[in-house]
Design a binder for this molecule. Sequence first.
Ligand code: AMP
Length: 429
Amino acid sequence: MSSKFAAPKGVSEYLPPRSVIFDYICRGLRIPALAAGYELIELPIFEDTELFTRGVGTSTDVVSKEMYTFEDRAGRSLTLRPEGTASVIRAVIEHGLDRGALPVKLFYQGPFFRAERPQAGRYRQFYQFGIEAIGSDDPYLDAEVISIAYHGYRKLGLKDFELQITSLGDSESRFTHRRDLDSLISRLDLDEETSQRAQKNPLRLFDDKREEIRIAMSSAPLLLDYLSKESRENFDQVKAALDSLQIPYRVNPKMVRGLDYYTGTTFEFVHKGLGAQSAIGGGGRYDGLMEVLGGSKLSGIGFGLGIDRILLALEAEAKSGQSLPGELRYVDLYVIGLGDKARSKCFTLVDSLRKEGFVVEQNFGNRAIKGAMKAADKSGARFTIVLGDRELQSESVGLKEMSTGAVTSVRLDALAKVLAEKSSGLKKI
Ligand code: AMP
């Protein structure tokens, strides 16, 4: 009987060979974060529902429509995490991490859950890599955080993306802007739901896809034109710091982020090869979030990068002529042992080569040489050796380079040295 089970609708899952790219992305994104002294925080997959309603905000789709909320056996309301920042802040407050050196610099990675309408690049379970830096409002920190995302993408070989930035200013800037924006919105003929959304956060209307609202909003006042002197200077400093790192960006005053807690610098990375779901990451500063969640009055800044979409972006770039980054599946050597004695020798040889840092596969089952060579071929290994009684006696093997078929005779005790000259081993992956 065939299995009736299938993965739930709209979840992303990764099998070889794509899972190898997925893993490559996760490891690549960490490198610039580690280089800047950020440390891993591993968070729970579910949290108290109120953490997200209070932290992320009820005017957002993420909270109002997309949360996976359930009651546990004791009747507590829990929610599968839709994003990472609220949890990080909760953990920082709960464990007093902000009592140590500031800023607190953390990175996280894992699955997130939003009950969205599934489509290409939009899933109900998706993966993010994120960082948060809490406890400093230095504009250099904004630029550092943005640069970590930028260098992460570049490290993976991504080219065809754009960084968009804007500033949502301080509360004074937002107050005057809101007054003028509200007055424009009050003249619009909005349905009940939209007008409620607009009351909670009028900026959301900039993101509305409906024609009549888009037209009305095209003449709406832009927050960027309302920045207070300090906010403007702060934004100028962030831009100057990005310039000094030669990180290209475009100021997009109409950018709307999907979460309500942002203040000051906000940014998004958009990939040109992805169609509708083009945002491959985004983030910004959040001034009031710590306090809203019961902590001290510290400002923070962070980002979340969408690993699923980065994978799609790498594939899109590969299609348009760029090669996928590196040879992702990498095997130095495939070892075939023929006969009991040789197999036993091979088994320990493989173990010792792996300990020296080479990626080595071996043949299982007492297969005939033809089948074993086929398996070696399929493995994609750069080199293959066959060890039988003759090789055991002479203590040397023929090292076959699979791409050319060329065979070099190598003494068994010199195998690691010869491989090291020809191959880059684990350093490659
Ligand atoms: P956000 O937490 O909404 O700021 O999203 C940060 C990044 O996560 C986005 O730029 C996307 O790359 C990714 N992302 C958000 N929601 C989804 C989703 N439903 N499916 C896949 N990726 C997503």
